[in-house]
Design a protein. Structure first.
Length: 282
């Protein structure tokens, strides 16, 4: 399982294993066990070992639904990030996917590829977080850096700080749009930053609706109370499913010839988007 069919992902601190399994009690498509921002510098070594011990137990193997287990490690540009990589490789224990913070260059993704070689963990997929001005500038190159990359994400809080901008919708519109364009150009799913006010469900819903209209395929959550709203917004409606099914049927029936739906030509990106909608609907 990778990020492609996910609508919401719940962040859980890497030093709070009591919260990992509780995510199954929500409608979230998976969790991001966080070894980066959620863990203080002094606790990183112990949190890393906690996560390794947790992965040993294969706790989600009997989950009654598809459930993605990912870990956000520390940046490869830091000592903690190098320790994270080494711990995973030495233990030969891997989640379904890894989330890479503050990615700035395509070469970083290629270095991750070298460490997590196909012979070690052939199932592993990646998500790259764009959280700096340099990362935003290089977003398209990052998005095409590896076949293992299945998703990108807009890291709004850190990016706003790096740009000296306000973390509000209008000031960050260009940055969001650039991340979407880079991801979708390369066939990746794309996630939005969590809505930070966990008590403002109306605000969470409004932002989710706006970013979905921009092309975002999902949104992170930082509290279980946010999940129902994200599930509702990013789950295809019956009308969306019917349209996607019609597009797929028209494309398949054309058998390589020109296909159209409601007078509009169906190209490969439209077809793939419809397939994704149907996959989520299932």
């Amino acid at each position: 399982m990778n990020f492609s069919n996910c609508r919401s992902l719940l962040f859980t601190p890497g030093n709070r294993p009591d919260r990992f399994l509780k995510a199954l009690e929500t409608k979230t498509d998976g969790i991001v066990i966080d070894l980066e921002d959620a863990v203080s510098q002094k606790d990183k070594d112990s949190a890393r070992q906690t996560v390794i011990n947790f992965l040993k137990t294969k706790p989600f193997a009997k989950a009654n639904r598809p459930f993605l287990v990912s870990v956000r490690i520390n940046s490869i540009q830091t000592a903690a990030g190098l320790k994270d990589i080494l711990a995973l490789c030495e233990s030969n224990l891997f989640p379904d996917a890894l989330v890479f913070p503050k990615v700035e260059y395509a070469e970083e993704i290629k270095l991750y590829d070298q460490h997590f070689s196909l012979s070690v963990c052939d199932h592993l997929s990646y998500m790259a977080l764009i959280e700096t001005a340099i990362g935003l500038q290089n977003a398209n190159k990052i998005a095409s850096a590896s076949t293992r990359l299945s998703g990108m994400a807009f890291g709004g809080a850190d990016l706003a700080a790096d740009l000296g901008a306000e973390l509000a919708f209008e000031p960050m519109l260009y940055a969001r749009s650039r991340v979407v364009q880079s991801a979708r150009t390369n066939g990746l799913c794309v996630f939005d930053v969590p809505f930070l006010n966990i008590r403002d469900d109306a605000g969470n819903r409004e932002e989710a609706v706006r970013v979905k209209a921009m092309g975002f395929t999902g949104k992170f959550a930082i509290h279980p109370s946010q999940i129902d709203t994200l599930f509702d917004v990013f789950t295809p409606s019956e009308a969306e499913l019917q349209k996607a099914n019609a597009i797929v049927n028209a494309y398949n029936n054309a058998k390589g010839n020109v296909a159209e739906y409601n007078g509009k030509m169906i190209d490969v990106p439209v077809y793939k988007s419809a397939l994704r909608i149907l996959a989520i609907g299932k």
